[in-house]
Design a protein around this ligand. Structure first.
Ligand SMILES: [Zn+2]
Length: 175
């Protein structure tokens, strides 16, 4: 059974002023929370990990984050995927995903990598906690675009489909 989809609109993130304010606001909010957590727990004092591991950790985090988006896109569709290397790095696809799939693709990295980092904080020695906390801050502060996609698609009914080419999201409704 093939469904007939009609394009009903577009969500454009790059042109909206609101989008930039949301991303910057989200970034500042989580960095401030991070600074408070780090100073209340004296995490910097108990850290023995050298600076280059923080840089490597951030690069690994970004690769894992985008890979998680890709894995879920591939899981839900066989269509080809475009990766845009502009900042912020984002991945898009020519496939149309339903609301549930689109929401999972958007939020999977922040949820899965966030859980892994919390487990690392709990189960590794205290001298690693500062490193994992920095990456956890990056996890939330850097996912503004994903949160925004979640908020934007939330208001559409279940039979809505989304196609995100990493610049804009086309919206389709089942007829
Ligand atoms: Zn993301």
């Amino acid at each position: 059974m093939s469904k007939i989809l009609k394009r009903i609109g577009t969500i454009n993130y790059k042109n909206g002023k609101y989008a930039n304010i949301f991303m910057i606001g989200n970034f500042i909010f989580f960095v401030l929370i991070g600074i408070i957590v780090i100073s209340l727990n004296n995490l910097k004092e108990s850290n023995t990990i050298k600076g280059q591991w923080f840089l490597l950790g951030c690069i690994c985090y970004i690769i894992l984050h985008e890979t998680t988006h890709l894995i879920f896109m591939k899981l839900f569709s066989k269509e080809k995927i475009n990766i845009s290397i502009k900042f912020p790095i984002s991945v898009g696809s020519s496939a149309k995903f339903n609301k549930m799939q689109f929401t999972i693709i958007a939020l999977a990295p922040v949820v899965i990598l966030g859980c892994i980092l919390v487990l690392l904080i709990i189960f590794t020695p205290k001298n690693y906690t500062f490193l994992w906390t920095i990456l956890l801050i990056l996890n939330f502060a850097g996912s503004g675009g994903d949160f925004m996609q979640f908020f934007k698609v939330r208001k559409y009914p279940r039979n809505t489909y989304f196609q995100d080419n990493s610049d804009e999201t086309a919206i389709y409704q089942e007829q």
